[in-house]
Design a binder for this molecule. Structure first.
Ligand code: 6PG
Length: 301
């Protein structure tokens, strides 16, 4: 990891004036350094271009900031291209940021009719099941948007396609059908990912074969350690075609996984298996959006 990979705190600027030693120029509250360096990576450190870690004081502010960041990213993208495509995630912070976006007045600045919503993964459950990422995203944001609203591309559940592998293939076909030229999937302006305590992203879990799939954009996972066991996921190859990838994590339970991923290390829960979160790279930008607790594994300068 190169040294220009600074970690910025987004503490309350008013607090920031009390930086290290009080009255210092640090942008952080509570005496934390204004910038923190990530742990030195193992040999063969990543080039840092386009990677940034942004630390927020708590999970609520992280969700609010990420929700506003999503709206502004869509707004920016719509000023240069239509339609715009984004891939959403499930999980607590992944849904919290959608709720925050729905509550942000900027939600009315986006032309949702020009937005296509996809998912990075989905639990293979019947349409309408409360545990589906789609259901939770509809409750959090989508169903509250003015009609006709965005184009929504849910991953099929067993009520739509009774065969998990077939449902994964059908989603790959849907992605390809909305891609430009002979691309296998649309030009995603951002793919948002939660991060598991084991370092998983989407439904790509450390040690599973699905992490290694390179000849497809989607994969069926039949043995997820996080229930339910059957899931559909974008592959790493598909995720890494996205212009931006945001990895969003909150809570001290994620600190080990975040620390491991940022140094390309092993999953803290699956010895010998790489943390898939460490294999994610946006084409233009990779953002780690953390709260202070999840950033706990980072070492100050
Ligand atoms: O279907 C899912 O569960 C998610 O897509 C999954 O990848 C999630 O984002 C992470 O497990 C983090 O979830 P938490 O933020 O709830 O820990």
């Amino acid at each position: 990891m190169s040294n220009d990979d600074a970690v910025k705190n987004t503490e309350d600027p008013a607090e920031g004036s009390k930086g290290p030693g009080g009255g210092g120029t640090g942008a952080a509250a509570g005496g934390a350094e204004a910038t923190m360096r990530r742990p030195e990576a193992a040999a063969g450190a990543e080039t840092a271009a386009g990677r940034m870690v942004v630390v927020h004081p708590d999970a609520d502010l992280l969700a609010r900031a990420a929700g506003t960041r999503l709206l502004l990213t869509l707004l920016d993208a719509q000023s240069v291209r239509r339609p715009v495509h984004v891939a959403l995630t499930g999980g607590s912070i992944g849904i919290a940021l959608l709720k925050a976006a729905a509550e942000d007045p900027l939600v009315r600045a986006v032309d949702w009719t020009g937005v296509h919503l996809w998912w990075g993964d989905e639990r293979y459950l019947r349409t309408g099941d409360n545990d589906r990422n789609e259901t939770q995203a509809r409750d959090a944001l989508i169903d509250g948007l003015p009609a006709p609203g965005p184009h929504v591309h849910p991953m099929p559940g067993p009520d739509r396609l009774p065969d998990l592998a077939g449902a994964a293939r059908a989603y790959a076909d849907d992605l390809a059908a909305h891609a430009g030229g002979d691309e296998p999937l649309p030009d995603m302006v951002v793919t948002i990912l939660g991060v598991g305590p084991d370092g998983h992203v989407a439904s790509l879990f450390p040690g599973k074969k699905s992490v290694e799939v390179e000849d497809a954009t989607t994969v069926a996972e039949t043995d997820s350690p996080k229930p339910p066991p059957e899931r559909i996921s974008l592959t790493l190859r598909a995720i890494n075609t996205s212009r931006q990838v945001w990895l969003v994590a909150a809570g001290e339970g994620k600190a080990a996984a975040v620390g491991a991923a940022l140094t390309g290390g092993e999953s803290p829960e699956v010895p010998g298996a790489v943390a898939p979160a460490g294999l994610v790279r946006g084409r233009d930008r990779t953002l780690w959006l953390l709260d202070t607790a999840a950033a706990g594994g980072l070492v100050p300068e």
